[in-house]
Design a protein around this ligand. Structure first.
Ligand code: SF4
Ligand code: SF4
Ligand code: SF4
Length: 318
């Protein structure tokens, strides 16, 4: 009988979708769960942080990290997970590339706090919280700028098939082969007809054809610059464009730049018109990988300038 693998599941700032997807394995859990010796999983079982801290270093077979470091406490947890686990797995696109949360790097902390506590449309009694606040990191960095990972399981969230394959490999002690192609390579749509796009559409414009390539039809499908692995589930199974949630394929440093270049190369329109038609280019092309892209460094200089200004005016007021 195979000995159960000891595992910890660490949740940083995140939506819990990746951990929830593990539960979505349904009947496959019957094979997976008995083969795991869960040492820490506070999202599901009432573990306390001291349970993780008290584990001897490198005593855990595998640690799964979900989310990003938005607070100093997240950074502490991430380093703790690295110390305890022999194999550290970056679980999901947030942990691997910064995910949607890293778009927060476009704003300073003060701007974010004001937006959340004073400006959100759903607020009833807007007020800034004053006590028991965690220390917030100045920006969201990729987790692997702080610790080394042994494996990346990407996706927002990863598909249940990808998760099942990763756990089966872990349990059987086999390597996981990363997907190196793009979503287009997995897509079953007809890619033969290449045409120049005169108008880009939002996903709610009209009704997409069921077999033609969505990008050729003018929908912003990000398959050409997105890592394969999900089975091209949005374009193939849901008649929806790919949003790029599996991040960049191998060899691509900046997914947004790659995507923008793919979209621009088939656009039959002047640059100013393309600029008008792509309403939110950063949200569109860097939705999942802002912390990973080269753009993060350029924008950081601008937000640092705003941050310094805020700091200066706070000092002047006090
Ligand atoms: S990768 Fe997606 S599903 Fe997973 S924690 Fe981040 S936002 Fe949630
Ligand atoms: S652009 Fe989209 S629809 Fe076209 S082949 Fe690639 S993934 Fe499929
Ligand atoms: S098709 Fe694109 S957006 Fe949809 S799951 Fe796959 S990588 Fe993510």
């Amino acid at each position: 009988m195979v000995q159960a693998k000891s595992v910890v599941f660490v949740q940083l700032s995140s939506c819990w979708g990746c951990h929830q997807s593990l539960i979505d394995l349904y009947e496959k859990l019957v094979d997976v769960l008995p083969a795991l010796n869960i040492k820490y999983w506070p999202a599901v079982v009432d573990f306390k942080e001291k349970d993780l801290e008290s584990l001897p270093d490198k005593s855990v077979d595998a640690g799964f990290v979900e989310g990003v470091c938005r607070t100093n406490h997240d950074v502490h947890l991430l380093k703790l997970a690295r110390n305890k686990a022999k194999l550290l797995i970056s679980y999901g696109t947030c942990s691997s590339y910064g995910g949607v949360y890293s778009l927060a790097n476009l704003s300073t902390r003060e701007e974010l706090m004001k937006r959340k506590y004073l400006g959100a449309e759903s607020l009833v009694n807007p007020a800034m919280p004053s006590g028991n606040l965690p220390k917030i990191t100045t920006s969201i960095k990729k987790n692997d700028e702080s610790v080394k990972f042994d494996l990346y399981l990407v996706g927002c969230p990863p598909t249940t098939d990808n998760i099942a394959d990763a756990f089966t490999a872990l349990i059987q002690g086999k390597p996981v082969t990363p997907y190196i192609k793009t979503v287009c390579d997995e897509c079953e749509r007809n890619k033969e007809e290449k045409k120049n796009v005169k108008k880009y559409k939002r996903r709610f414009d009209g009704k997409p054809d069921l077999v033609k390539c969505l990008l050729n039809e003018g929908y912003l499908c990000l398959g050409p610059g997105t890592r394969a692995g999900c089975g091209a589930q949005c374009p193939t199974k849901a008649n929806l464009p790919c949003d790029g949630c599996y991040g960049p394929p191998d060899g691509v440093i900046d997914q947004g730049a790659k995507l923008l270049s793919a979209i621009a190369s088939i656009a039959d329109m002047p640059p100013e018109e393309l600029d008008k038609q792509i309403i939110d280019p950063i949200g569109q092309f860097y939705r999942f990988t802002f912390a990973h892209g080269l753009i993060n460094k350029a924008v950081k200089t601008l937000t640092d300038e705003r941050r310094n200004k805020e700091q200066k005016s706070a000092e002047e007021e006090s």
